[in-house]
Every structure is written in structure tokens, then in C-alpha cells.
Design a protein around this ligand. Structure first.
Ligand SMILES: [Zn+2]
Ligand SMILES: [Zn+2]
Length: 328
């Protein structure tokens, strides 16, 4: 695909480089330019220089989802160019005030994690750990809000496919003419994206049911005509291209299916039990830095089991205890 260039941008995060995509043809468009670090900025600058362009010439920035490894540097791009910024409607508020959003999440998740059985000192560590990382992003004012089905012409047509789950306001861009889909972190070649728990957009006191939403969004991709014919290549936010997007989506769904059954077994074995206890059973040596994703994963599967009436929650003394439903 000559119309597009993939540029792996360095990040200070464990995930490694983030894929930025350049579309130089119809106005200069960049998709997910990376975090707010000097290294990321320089890499972007050099990559543009190789095609004879500069950061001040960027006309449009597309953001797949409001995670700082993807959008952090956008604020600086805006200072130096007259770029318009495109993101999904559900990502707009978070992008405009990422630090405020982080504080709101800390406030909500403190009592929440306690209610899921996590010890108080662990909760403090888990919620304070990400704080130093919040500097890798600057606030972004979205100029063009995107919704499912919107089309952007970047020399090829990119159709916005709304895929919440990994983050609210996450979407993919389908390039049907190229048999390609830019998947952000919705589908990745060699890691399973985490269905991170977060606040429902616009709310201070309601969390997302991220995994059920994420699986729905995976099935949505699977059912797209272009993907169903099995020839579509996925261009993800990290790693190499996904040669067969259809198979990779199916694999990802199967992975979660297996894990859900494992967690159902763990509930049966330890009931009544907490999400934290199950997480410790599943991932005994998880470092504190991975505990929020770990809890998101376990609670996501408990949400699925609850939706299927396979587990029930007993809420006693502000503690959520999970048990196998009597019907099972
Ligand atoms: Zn992400
Ligand atoms: Zn990412």
C-alpha cells in the first residue's frame, strides 16, 4: 500500500513502539502520531522529512482511541501546524482533559477496587503508579467528531467503524479499496488487547463493562463484509501487520472464551470469592504495575458470567462476593 507509510514511534511504555501511519496524498494526514516525548516527536519529524514533508505541514490527525501512547504528542503538533483533529465523539472529553480524567478515575476506582477485595495498601500503589506517566500527553481539542460510518478521504476512503471496549471512543478505520483496516489497539498481531476498566464517558460514578463491550466490537469486525471474505489485512497500533484479520479476531474471541471458563472454574473452587482472589489465583506473581489490567481482565470475565446468569454477586459490607449461580 504505497498510499500509506507505517512508522513505528518509540514510547516509554512496556508495550514498546506505537505504529503511526502517514497518508501524504490528499492533504497530509497522520494517524496515531505517538506520545508526548522528545524521542517520539523527533522520530515523527524524521519520518516526515524522508517523504519531504514537515510537522508544520500536517493537515489532519486521526486518533484511534484516547490512550496517550497514541495521541500524547498531538498537542505539540497543533502548536506547530493548523491540523484538524479527528476522534470519536466518546473520546472528546477525555482528550480535552486527560489529567482531570485520570483524577476522576482514581477517585472512582479507590472504593471500587476495595469492594473487589484488593487490600487497601495495594489499592494505593495501583492507583498512584500511573501518575508519573500522565505527563506523556497534552490536552487535545478535537475539531472533527467522528461517528460510526463516517468516511474520510486521505487519498483512499477510510470508513470509521466504532469499536468500543479496549477504550471508550475506540474506532477502527476500514480502507475497503486496499483490503486493509487500521485497527488501533482493538486487534493486534501478537498481544491480546486488555479490556481496561474505565469510567463511562461523561460519568463520574459508573464504570464500563469493558469486556462484554469489547467482544461485541470484535464480532462487529468479524461480520463486516470486507473482513468476512478473509482477505483483509489488519494494520494495528503495535507490532507487525495482521496478515489475516478475520482469523486473528476469531483467535482473540477464542482466547477470551477459554479464559472465561477458567474463571468460572476458579469461582466454583473458591466461592464465595472476590475478583482480587481470583486474579491472585490466575496470575500469582503479577507486579503492581500490571494489577489494574489484571483486575480489568478478571472483572470483565465475571461481567460476562454475570450476564450469562452463571455467577451471582453477594454484596455484603461493601464487598462484592462472587458465587456460582444456583442454576448451574
Ligand atoms: Zn490503547
Ligand atoms: Zn496502544
Amino acid at each position: 500500500m504505497d498510499i500509506m507509510k507505517r512508522v513505528p514511534i518509540p514510547t516509554p511504555f512496556g508495550v514498546g513502539r506505537v505504529n503511526c501511519y502517514l497518508f501524504p496524498e490528499n492533504e497530509l494526514t497522520v494517524l496515531d502520531p505517538g506520545p508526548a516525548t522528545e524521542e517520539a516527536y523527533e522520530e515523527l519529524e524524521q519520518s516526515l522529512a524522508r517523504i519531504g514533508r514537515g510537522i508544520d505541514e500536517i493537515d489532519r490527525v486521526l486518533i484511534t482511541h484516547p490512550h496517550m501512547d497514541h495521541f500524547g504528542v498531538v498537542g505539540r503538533i497543533v502548536e506547530e501546524s493548523s491540523a484538524r483533529i479527528f476522534a470519536h465523539t466518546d473520546a472528546v472529553k477525555r482528550l480535552s482533559d486527560p489529567i482531570g480524567y485520570f483524577k476522576k478515575e482514581q477517585a472512582y476506582f479507590r472504593p471500587f477496587l476495595l469492594s473487589m477485595g484488593m487490600p487497601a495498601d495495594t489499592v494505593d500503589t495501583v492507583l498512584e503508579l500511573p501518575e508519573p506517566y500522565t505527563t506523556y500527553q497534552d490536552p487535545v481539542a478535537v475539531t472533527d467528531e467522528l461517528a460510526d460510518g463516517d468516511v474520510i478521504d486521505v487519498g483512499i476512503n477510510l470508513e470509521c467503524v466504532s469499536t468500543p471496549g479496549h477504550a471508550p471512543g475506540s474506532h477502527c478505520f476500514l480502507a475497503a479499496s486496499e483490503d486493509a483496516m487500521f485497527t488501533g489497539d482493538h486487534v493486534l498481531s501478537d498481544i491480546t488487547p486488555n479490556p481496561l476498566l474505565t469510567l463511562v464517558p461523561g460519568s463520574d460514578d459508573e464504570r464500563t463493562r469493558s469486556l462484554p463491550t469489547y467482544l461485541e466490537s470484535l464480532r462487529k469486525v468479524l461480520e463486516l463484509e470486507e473482513v468476512a471474505v478473509k482477505e483483509t489485512v489488519g494494520q494495528g497500533g503495535h507490532g507487525e501487520p495482521i496478515q489475516n484479520l478475520h482469523d486473528r479476531v476469531q483467535e482473540t474471541i477464542a482466547h477470551h472464551q477459554d479464559r472465561k471458563e477458567r474463571i468460572a472454574d476458579l469461582v466454583a473452587e473458591h466461592e464465595p470469592t472476590t475478583a482480587y482472589r481470583i486474579m491472585k489465583e490466575m496470575f500469582p506473581s503479577l507486579p503492581a504495575t500490571e494489577m489494574f489490567p489484571g483486575m480489568s481482565e478478571v472483572i470483565g470475565h465475571l461481567d460476562l458470567l454475570e450476564d450469562e446468569n452463571r455467577v451471582v454477586i453477594d454484596e455484603t459490607d461493601r464487598m462484592n462476593l462472587y458465587e456460582t449461580s444456583e442454576q448451574y
